[in-house]
Design a binder for this molecule. Structure first.
Ligand SMILES: Nc1ncnc2c1ncn2[C@@H]1O[C@H](COP(=O)(O)OP(=O)(O)OP(=O)(O)O)[C@@H](O)[C@H]1O
Length: 234
């Protein structure tokens, strides 16, 4: 679906990619795990077409994608409902828009808050609104750039479960960028450990144990955590 082929990219003299190639899995969630500043966000922005490679190419057969950012990026003067509706195409009828938005509002647990403006919402509720906005358009590909950053564990865990459920039930191909090992194990079908700049794939772990067995207290989880920490502190 997305492939970076022999890509080169730099910000002035900071080389982020030098002959970098990688192909994304066709389904499930791929996690890019790596230290701050290695180039993960740049990699996503190139895939989304927000940046252009200097040489090589990025193949994105599904230009139709949603992007979930660190900050919810809601329009402050619009309500929860309006922020979600806003993502839908102008040509869609009002009734269809409303029914799609209401169904997503139910799924993300924001019933009763439809008319609230972002300033009246908690951080977790704002991120739930942006998750609803990302899924309402039913795009096949979802890019997530540290969507849980700044949220405490109590807010983060239900959001992880929510995203896993939406990704699974809607058959979305997803990419999660993070430097949090636990988030990576909780969500990833494939975990790619990156380093840089320039970006390089240090380890590409596929075939992890089933998502519904990702219990932080289990031995399998602990072993995977140890493996990933050993890459970080190598
Ligand atoms: N617009 C820009 N202009 C110049 N340098 C930039 C720009 N954007 C990012 N950088 C630099 O490029 C490097 C890679 O940044 P990038 O945001 O892609 O890394 P990251 O792995 O996503 O980091 P983090 O996990 O901290 O978000 C960093 O050193 C960053 O300071």
């Amino acid at each position: 679906m997305i492939a970076w082929k022999q890509c080169a990219f730099s910000y002035d003299d900071l080389l982020i990619m030098d002959d970098f190639s990688f192909s994304l899995s066709e389904s499930g969630t791929t996690v890019f795990l790596g230290p701050s500043g290695c180039g993960k966000t740049t990699m996503l922005n190139l895939a989304a077409g927000l940046l252009k490679v200097h040489s090589g190419r990025v193949i994105n057969s599904d230009e139709n994608l949603s992007y979930l950012f660190q900050k919810p990026r809601l329009l402050p003067w619009k309500s929860v409902l309006e922020n979600i509706c806003f993502a839908l195409p102008q040509g869609m009828s009002k009734g269809e828009k409303l029914s799609k938005c209401q169904s997503l509002i139910r799924m993300v647990g924001l019933e009763g808050f439809e008319d609230y403006q972002p300033s009246k919402l908690s951080g977790g509720m704002e991120q739930r609104t942006s998750i609803a906005r990302a899924f309402v358009t039913e795009r096949p590909l979802l890019l997530m750039d540290e969507p849980f950053k700044g949220l405490d564990l109590k807010l983060k865990m239900p959001l992880i479960d929510l995203l896993k459920e939406l990704i699974q039930t809607r058959n979305t191909t997803a990419v999660l960028v993070t430097h949090d090992v636990r988030e990576a194990i909780l969500m990833g079908d494939r975990i790619v450990f990156l380093d840089g700049p320039p970006l390089e794939v240090i380890e590409d772990i596929e075939g992890l144990f089933p998502l519904d067995e990702r219990n932080t207290a289990s031995k399998k989880f602990y072993d995977m955590e140890k493996r990933l920490y050993s890459l970080i502190f190598k």
